[in-house]
Design a protein around this ligand. Sequence first.
Ligand code: ADP
Length: 396
Amino acid sequence: MKVLVLNCGSSSLKYQLINMDTEEVLAKGIAERIGIAGSFVKHEATGKEKVVIEDTMENHKAAIKIVLDCLVHETHGAINSMTEISAVGHRVVHGGEKFAGSVIINEEVKATLEECSELAPLHNPPNLMGIYACEEILPSVPMVGVFDTAFHQTMPKSSYLYALPYELYDKYKIRRYGFHGTSHKYVAMRAADILGKPLEELKIVTCHLGNGASIAAVDRGKSIDTSMGFTPLEGLAMGTRCGDMDPAITTFLMEKEGLTSGELNNLMNKKSGVLGISGVSSDFRDIETAADEGNERAVMALEVYNKRVKKYIGAYAAEMGGLDAVVFTAGLGENSKETRKSVCEGLEFLGIKIDDNKNNVRGKETIVTTDDSNTKVLLIPTNEELMIARETKALI
Ligand code: ADP
């Protein structure tokens, strides 16, 4: 069974074709600049040369057509015919309170997703465009929606309610939803496998540290708390997002700087985080280099970032009443030994002892703590596409 996984953004579309009998990736790629001049698809079938196809892509439908052409292409394709695609798995960012798991996409699901668009105006509309486009191009192929929010629907009310007037929750569904759920679920499951223990017996904190970053408390397989909230702005300091701050700063800044709500939103989402503090970059590689060269603001950005990760690990260990494992994943979590080391420094009281030799690794499943460390720290590369394909296969 072959599953096509699609992750549609506003102007991009990432895809993977996975053979679910072996879980092998047959082809993957990305269409960029959809709806903008200069659009192209970077495509790579496993074992074949990478190709770049420059072509006009006015919308997601045009992009998906080109991707499908690539997949069945004589020289750089991966399958002989589109009929080999048994199902399409779509990454959908926001499932609101309606979806606590993946679903087969039907009319009712689409209508509910339209409603959820209000909660994720930047993300859900392009996800839906991908769904509508596939429906037209591959009308007889079943589709599944896999939600970033679904894994966190197990959070108790005490974790997801904000201390605002309760009526606002009823009226607007203002609550914490959490994101990156597919990744948190995947790495928690992998951690249990690697540790050789049932997930149902483990208390795990999963740290997804990429451009966007979030942490989850996975208590015996269930997410009971996570750092992102109503939107992906809450929680950790990120590449360009501020994460947690005193909410009174928003009205203060609007008054002092004469900012509109849109401008403030832009400041908190695009100009803050480690970029805002360091003034160097949102990319941790640049910031680490600047810090090594003695740039004090770069040093400070890393310290603020790491301290907040540490704080959440401590908070979630307290919430779960114990801690068996901490997992680091995504761009920074998988690549930066400095981040892992510095976040875990001082956590010996939680049973964590980092082994510097084992921690000197990138992008490979590894236990980076000493053998006698009571709490294990693991590096696990995330694989959201595989998780989406697995959920799709299970439902089909
Ligand atoms: P996203 O999917 O959210 O865009 P990724 O998980 O790909 O993000 O992570 C991207 C981030 O990972 C980059 O912005 C960079 O800061 C960080 N990163 C990637 N490689 C390294 C590295 N070798 N050292 C430090 N940070 C890295």
